[in-house]
Design a protein around this ligand. Sequence first.
Ligand SMILES: Nc1nc2c(ncn2[C@@H]2O[C@H](COP(=O)(O)OP(=O)(O)OP(=O)(O)O)[C@@H](O)[C@H]2O)c(=O)[nH]1
Ligand SMILES: [Mg+2]
Length: 562
Amino acid sequence: MDRLEHLRALEEALNGASLDLPTPRAGSAEQIRARASRRLADHVIPRLESVGGPLLAVVGGSTGAGKSTIVNSLVGAQVSASSALRPTTRRPLLLHHAADGPWFERARLLPGLARLRAAPGAPATTGAAARAELEMRESEALPEGVSILDAPDLDSVVDSNRMLARGLFDAADLWVFVTTAARYADAVPWEVLSQAPGRDLTVAVVLNRLPRGAAADVAADLRRLMAGAGLGEAPLFTVDEQPLASGLLPGAAVAGLRRWLEGIGADARRRAEIAHQSLTGAVREVAASVGDVEEALAEHDAALAAAADALDTQVDRAAERVSQATADGTLLRGEVLARWQEVVGAADFTRKLGSGVSWLRDRVSAALRGRPAPVRPVEDAIEAGLASLVREELSRVREDAESAWESMPAVAGLVDAAEEEDRASLDERALGLTREWQRDLLALVREQGASRRAGARLMAVGVNVVGVALMIVIFASTGGMTGAEVGVAGATAAVAQRLLEAVFGDQAVRTMAGRARTLLLDRVRGVLEEAVRPLRERLPEPSAVADLAGRRGEVQDDWGLR
Ligand SMILES: Nc1nc2c(ncn2[C@@H]2O[C@H](COP(=O)(O)OP(=O)(O)OP(=O)(O)O)[C@@H](O)[C@H]2O)c(=O)[nH]1
Ligand SMILES: [Mg+2]
């Protein structure tokens, strides 16, 4: 790719660089990004696309300094509105020699401004502030090769004026800075003007409205300021205070400025040099700005990653809590135990378990015959316990995730925007999980009972009873439910364990319990993740910072800026 393509790619990368989170640098970085992108589009790219065009001399300064009056006087006609109202100029006016017209037709300089062509003799208008426009006019009074742009005021109270004026300065090859005896030390225009040397920009200063008598002193003071700002070499043109004739200064008052412009226009080599300097200066500054934007993007992406991590952490913690509570007997309380004991028959059942599976089968079958669906109440009790545990964690994980984000300034604002889930849907999700897992379990049991031997026993005891036994074993399994400490829950779990072992054998029971537990925890993770999903969805995409850095590197290489 060539220089131009690299610059276009950089512009595209800049336009795509999103700074969506309010990180500390986001605000300033967004402005830097917008300005860098605009400079490429307004000036650098169009200049490279259509080489050899006339220079653009932007006339800038404070409102009322007499910019429009100077421009009118240069061309000897009232082409730009000047008035006692501040600010007057809203719409920039570009004046060029007729011979340079075709270049301006071709080049897409300042593409954000709608072109408005005024006939050479048409009266001046100020333009509406609402639309970003650039008025173009031919003028035979200007030298070929140098165009002049009368800009809105640099330090305007009108935001759009100020932004526009700075954007125009960014697109300039030459700056003609107009100030007055009264205002030459104003801070704001100097802040802009002092950027010129760093950009190798060619500058001329016009000191307007010099009161007779004070001319020498004021001019000397201004020269001192200019030297301090690195503009000691720039020409200074002074214009005495004098009455205007039809709004214009006499030709002699602006003769120095005109000669300077004509000198540049007549010297093709100098013109090419000035154009090259302004271009290189702009590319250098843009590349440096892109570096700043990259830093902000890296900060943005780090904040993004931290926010995503915070969600992961809360999901992990909630999953861990569920994992604990489903393994330490917490779920084997009251209702579950009571109902399970009804299934396997009173407390003395444990004692008789030694007599083997046939007894157990008889006991359970009898129970099944005696009461139509004695296993159903245990299933319901387990379902209720598990569902309420999960339900609680679903609310909590969302709340914890929200408080984690609230303490992170970059994403605190996203919390309110995230969609809230109603209680009913959380209830439903928790219950849904429980039922799906119960189905998983029954499928596991059936699968395990596929062998002939186990199958017969499974049939005898009943798939649902075995399924319930499996749940009980899982809920009691790893948490201190063994040994001397065995309480009612432990004893009950032991019965379930024995029952399962009698049906499948102990190795198969271990495998099954392990698989069932994994299935449960996977499902739990799924619903927990779902609970924080509305937050996760609010997170913007990571920025393409690496891409931007790559594009900047290409441009820097092209321009020898590394
Ligand atoms: N007598 C006299 N009046 C001047 C001179 N220069 C400017 N003025 C007046 O000062 C006022 C402001 O001049 P403009 O040329 O509109 O000033 P500007 O810098 O273009 O101002 P904005 O467009 O608002 O940024 C107008 O009323 C001019 O007629 C001058 O040298 N002598
Ligand atoms: Mg003006």
